[in-house]
Design a protein around this ligand. Structure first.
Ligand code: 4AD
Ligand code: MG
Length: 464
């Protein structure tokens, strides 16, 4: 018999019909006469209740229906008498597809997230991770829908690259060289001419530079792919492998860019509220009971737009009034997470877009302001998360861009193609990067970025 997904069974009012469901046992309870089996197949956070009259089944089979076991059940869909569900399945046939021993690591409820991470291969079967993964999928759909509806083209940029977009030197090298027998020249340097690509290559930290090539031809593009950072940051907000969405638009200035960022993020949050109700309600109940409130709050308020210099003044004022930060505040410094969160959570109590940062703390490609000191950067700062988006208007003037490249000593031999966009029909353009997992953190209320991606990659962890 053809299987029906539990999400559809629970919506069905075709009572007294025969149905087939397949899934994993969440719990079994009952008496000597009747067993109630809660079955879940991942299609929804809700379980379907299977009612089994014990005398109709082999006692050996009944014994093997334990938490985690996989079953195929045929039975009659009936209206439920019990509270909390509208239908249930009166089982006629049960096949044990896979037994599950009492050493099943996900047996006990309420395990810590650390424990779950060590069992990331099985944690997906829990309510929390099921909810997070379904929301993650929905956010990916929302992102593609948003850009498609707004006339952006999905543009795929290379994962293996010879350029360091952010210039932070935090790249994972890609090589087929024999590391046990590395030859070096007289200066102790490695000769890459005989390596696979004939030059030193790495995993990309951002698709932006190639994204700009797309935008200055197609008008508006977005990337959505994996990015890699070999930064040794052991925080609840950093991954070594994360997914990034990078729109890039010709003829946009920084204000258009901010409008896009705000509209886009709100669309994603609204999509979650409209399409992930059951999962969000579960997370609101079990993980963070201010989650739904926070999601609505973001939708209902304009983001504050503030210059870096004004942000620093607010932080300095806070210090004067006795607020203690771990890191000192002064013009020119990069904001730490505590500073970003102070502005968002305590001062404005709203998302903040901070702009016009000192050029020294931002990447080479950002457009220089007339003051010669600040650049047209924009970071979107969110409650609980801190920076969720980083972006800018790009330097479209060849000479100014070249000036920055020289100041920062960026090797030109791998960047000639990027400069060509400023040589041949240059145009104002802007873009930003949204950290996909940071968006998922915000939308799920989860506390640790390791818990919103199926198999996290962080320093010293590459299991699964
Ligand atoms: O601010 P970032 O480094 O900006 C760029 O990479 C630009 N090239 C983007 C652009 O303008 N097209 O990174 C962008 C976003 C951050 O705001 C953050 O949300 C996320 O990417 N991010 C990380 N997420 C998880 N783990 C990390 N290690 C991250 N580093 C950045
Ligand atoms: Mg940034």
């Amino acid at each position: 018999m053809k299987r029906t997904k539990i999400i559809d069974i629970l919506k069905s009012t075709d009572f007294d019909q025969k149905v087939c469901v397949k899934g994993w046992v969440r719990t079994k309870r009952g008496s000597k006469a009747v067993n109630f089996i809660a079955l879940n197949d991942g299609s929804t956070i809700k379980n379907v209740q299977v009612v089994a009259d014990v005398e109709k089944f082999d006692p050996e089979l009944i014994k093997q229906i334990t938490t985690g076991a996989c079953l195929s059940v045929e039975g009659i869909l009936v209206q439920s008498q019990g509270a909390g569900q509208s239908s249930e399945i009166q089982a006629t046939d049960i096949v044990l597809l896979g037994a599950c021993g009492s050493d099943y690591p996900m047996q006990k409820k309420g395990q810590s997230f650390e424990y779950m991470r060590q069992h990331a291969h099985l944690r997906l079967r829990t309510n929390t991770f099921g909810a997070v993964m379904r929301i993650r999928h929905n956010m990916a759909m929302a992102i593609h829908r948003y850009f498609h509806e707004h006339g952006f083209y999905y543009f795929n940029t290379p994962i293996i690259t010879a350029s360091d977009c952010e210039g932070a030197g935090e790249m994972f090298q890609v090589t087929t060289k024999n590391l046990y027998d590395l030859k070096k020249d007289e200066e102790g340097k490695i000769d890459y001419s005989d390596d696979f690509f004939g030059k030193m290559t790495s995993l990309t930290v951002s698709g932006q530079l190639e994204g700009e090539l797309g935008a200055t031809a197609l008008g508006a593009i977005y990337t959505f792919g994996p990015t890699f950072r070999a930064e040794n940051s052991n925080t609840p907000r950093h991954l070594a492998e994360f997914w990034m969405i990078e729109p890039e638009v010709a003829f946009y200035d920084i204000n258009d860019n901010m409008d896009l960022a705000e509209d886009f993020i709100k669309y994603c949050v609204r999509w979650a509220l409209d399409n992930c109700q059951d999962d969000l309600e579960f997370l609101n109940k079990m993980i963070d009971n201010t989650l739904l409130e926070r999601l609505h709050f973001v939708l209902e308020h304009d983001f504050v737009r503030l210059k870096y210099t004004e942000g620093i003044s607010i932080l300095e004022e806070a210090v004067k009034n006795g607020h203690k930060f771990e890191f000192p505040v002064s013009w020119g410094m990069d904001l730490a997470s505590e500073h970003e969160r102070y502005l968002v959570e305590q001062h404005f109590k709203k998302p903040v877009i901070l702009t016009d940062y000192p050029k020294e703390i931002k990447a080479f490609y950002m457009k220089l302001n007339d003051d010669g000191k600040t650049v047209r950067a924009m970071d979107v700062l969110f409650p609980q998360i801190g920076e969720i988006i980083g972006g800018s208007e790009r330097e479209d003037d060849y000479d100014k861009l070249m000036g920055r490249i020289n100041e920062l000593d960026i090797p030109m031999k791998d960047m000639w193609w990027y400069l060509d966009t400023r040589k041949f029909g240059s145009c104002p353009h802007s873009g930003f990067g949204l950290g996909f997992e940071r968006l998922i953190l915000f939308v799920t209320g989860m506390q640790n970025i390791r818990d919103v991606i199926p198999f996290p990659r962080t320093p010293k962890t590459a299991e699964f």
